[in-house]
Ligand binder design. Sequence first.
Ligand code: HEM
Length: 366
Amino acid sequence: MHKNQGPVYYNDYLMLEKFLSCQEPLSKKFATKENPEAHDETLFIVVHQAYELWFKQILHDLDAVLTTFKKPTVEDSEFSYIIQRLDRIRKIQAGFQNNFEILETMTPMDFLEFRSLLSPASGFQSTQFREIEIKLGLNTVDREGIDREFFLGRLNEADRTRLSGLEAAPSMLRLLEKWLERTPFTNKENFNFWTEYQNTINKMLAEDKATIEANAAGLSDKDKQGQLENLKSTQSSFDNLFNEEAHKKVVADGQRKLSQKAMLNALFIMLYRDEPMLSMPFQMMTILMDIDENFTTWRYRHMLLAQRMLGSKIGTGGSSGHTYLKKAADNNRVFADLFNLSTYLIPRSRLPKIPAEVKKQLNFHV
Ligand code: HEM
């Protein structure tokens, strides 16, 4: 604990003189009699700066999480700090979604009063936003062609070099993958969980097939065929999860990011989340999904703001505007694999029984 080192004055501590003199509308600088200062440019600057401040706090917490999470083993006490900080990031995101509403009190015509002064500056150049994306796990190679081009092309040399360098460090996604791969419990001497799980799935699918056959009397041939085809596609999606080669192919195609081992262990955590030892890992996966969802919501919300302000005009950074932003929102997901695990969930009542020895290890009273 630090001790007081002498009297502190509020304005000095927060450096408010400096901080509050950082809002300088260009329309004020270039104001003339015919073109006076655009009143709403101050709001435009304040809202952007407020976001950048929150991005700074997110990076502060994310950096601390990454430093701890990249250790070869993470102690329980450290794990609860990781969860606490990720939870803070999720809450910050939830809090800043509404800032767009405040910005929308500026009408598109008020925006036009100063918009051309901003060109070619753009949110593309928010290096803090890019840093968050990279540190969470979105790399240049994951971006779609046009997004990749803009990502690299709109930054100055120094920022581009720094951000590209960050991609070499392990991201939250890659650390999560390594950590999931290390998760024990699923393959013990007398217990191969996945064999048990596959048997249960096969039984369930056979029951579903029998139900379709039994109800076939009331169905047309086409409907029955359709239902059996759907069942086949469910079967093949389960097969893909268990087939290492098939899994590698979907990763290479960019449809999945996590390794097969990490996916299977994440699924085990989801299925047995009620076991005490799996509760914190489940909590962490849930928060990461929330963070991913909050960024996606932010992206869609921002896309709607851009459409409201610009219609189908292009952005100051040169993109197609809201159509580009929609594509980025659809594509730039980091933890979508965790969402897609729901495909493989089964009812609690059908979960394979875990042997007593493994069950004991999943309990705190070992
Ligand atoms: C009048 C308000 C706004 C409009 C019309 C607008 C419009 C746009 C457009 C069209 C783009 C695509 C790039 C381009 O061509 O310039 C973009 C990107 C971006 N904007 Fe905004 N924006 C607004 C406010 C904000 C605010 C308040 C933030 C908060 C920091 C922000 C952050 C970003 C970021 C991070 C990107 C890059 C997104 C990506 O490439 O995935 N924007 N914006």
